[in-house]
Ligand binder design. Structure first.
Ligand SMILES: Cc1cc2nc3c(=O)[nH]c(=O)nc-3n(C[C@H](O)[C@H](O)[C@H](O)COP(=O)(O)OP(=O)(O)OC[C@H]3O[C@@H](n4cnc5c(N)ncnc54)[C@H](O)[C@@H]3O)c2cc1C
Ligand code: SF4
Length: 337
């Protein structure tokens, strides 16, 4: 838990009602501003007195950032659309069910009613030390408190660590990557559209950010193309408790098969590294193979190549291997094998 040191720092609260006004405020206040979506992550930082922005730009009054629209090639989801709306939307349930399944497993109903899709994929690293305000690498210090023989690192990374071993805990992120979603970001230089897998950053690129957003940037929309509509989906999340809990790891996949043969596939995993990982080597291996437990077994082995456990998270290697195996084989009987 964070140490409460003083009263909550004051800030100017702005409540724009259009994207244009929000953009102007964010540009004007630059790194002094904090974007507020549902507040489930943001309020923790403010109440724990760890982040002390001078300005808070609340997006809740911007109607154009809400809602789910069908387009000529799929759907568009406004970044301020709640997770509950994502779960309950008939088109998402019917065609992009992996996203509905992932969103439905986030936290609790109350959190899903308030938390937004944009906020869920933009949430900060979930590491006890960092969130308690310890001056670690991610907080611009020169030590990692989690990566020590006695550090609390049971939930931390087994892949692609670089000084920081924290993970990205979003449940919806791997589902969006499996659907080949795009993130639309408004920047002072115009609109930027990036593949969901490129929205996230590892510590090797920038240890202080979890995603590509910079001061002045606003995530407006998540686009899902129709390419993977009605594919064979798999989502599984493993957590300590089956309610209210972050993933120890999760996996999302979309497959198209012909007979037993996997014709095309996208698969992503989260909470294994600081960013959700698209498992391209697994995709390359599984394409053209039968969808069975042998292919799943080998896929799990490929996925975990190079994994390095910390003191208390070695269990994540077999966990990841089995999640990938089950996502590929899709055989219910194999679920707990
Ligand atoms: C008790 C608890 C349990 C949880 N369990 C889970 C879980 O099991 N799985 C899971 O995936 N998540 C879980 N979460 C995380 C929660 O789902 C996210 O914190 C939440 O979705 C964040 O969404 P929000 O709308 O509240 O965003 P906020 O907290 O308001 O914002 C999160 C971050 O994103 C930035 N941001 C948000 N929207 C935008 C935008 N449009 N443009 C630019 N920046 C933006 C904010 O500045 C902030 O840095 C849990 C949270 C809590 C408190
Ligand atoms: S894992 Fe990352 S966030 Fe946690 S203490 Fe280490 S550097 Fe900081």
């Amino acid at each position: 838990m964070a140490v409460i040191r003083d009263v909550m720092a004051g800030f100017q609260l702005f409540q724009p009602t259009s994207v244009g006004d929000a953009q102007k405020l964010l540009e004007q206040h630059g790194s002094d501003a904090l974007v507020l979506a549902g507040g489930l992550d943001s309020f923790d930082w403010l109440k724990d007195r760890i982040k002390k922005p001078k300005a808070v730009v609340d997006l809740s009054g911007i109607d154009e950032l809400r809602g789910i629209r069908t387009t000529a090639d799929g759907i568009e989801i406004g970044s301020m659309t709640t997770l509950t709306e994502v779960v309950q939307h008939p088109v998402i349930q019917e065609k992009y069910a992996v996203l509905a399944q992932a969103a439905e497993l986030v936290a609790s109903p109350q959190i899903r009613n308030q938390g937004t899709l944009g906020g869920n994929i933009s949430q900060d690293a979930r590491c006890w030390y960092y969130r308690a305000g310890w001056p670690c690498y991610r907080a611009s210090g020169n030590i990692c408190y989690a990566d020590t023989p006695v550090g609390r690192n049971r939930e931390h990374a087994i892949l692609h660590a670089d000084r920081c071993v924290a993970v990205n805990p979003s449940d919806t992120a791997p589902a969006l990557i499996s659907l080949d979603a795009k993130c639309v970001v408004h920047t002072p230089n115009g609109e930027q559209v990036v593949d969901a897998e490129d929205y996230f950053l590892g510590p090797d690129i920038d240890i202080t950010r979890m995603n590509i957003l910079r001061p002045g940037h606003l995530l407006t929309t998540i686009r899902i193309p129709s390419t993977w509509a009605n594919a064979e989906f798999y989502f599984e999340k493993v957590r300590d408790r089956n309610v209210w809990d972050f993933p120890l790891m999760n996996v999302a996949s979309a497959l198209k098969t012909s007979g037993d043969t996997i014709q095309s596939i996208r698969i992503a995993i989260n909470a294994a590294a600081a960013r959700p990982l698209r498992l391209k080597a697994v995709e390359d291996f599984a394409r053209g193979k039968p969808r069975n437990s042998e292919t799943g077994e080998m896929s799990g082995k490929i996925a975990t190549q190079g994994a390095i456990p910390l003191q208390f998270n070695a269990y994540k290697i077999p966990l990841m291997r089995n999640l990938v195996k089950r996502a590929i084989s899709g055989v219910p009987e194999a679920k707990w094998a």
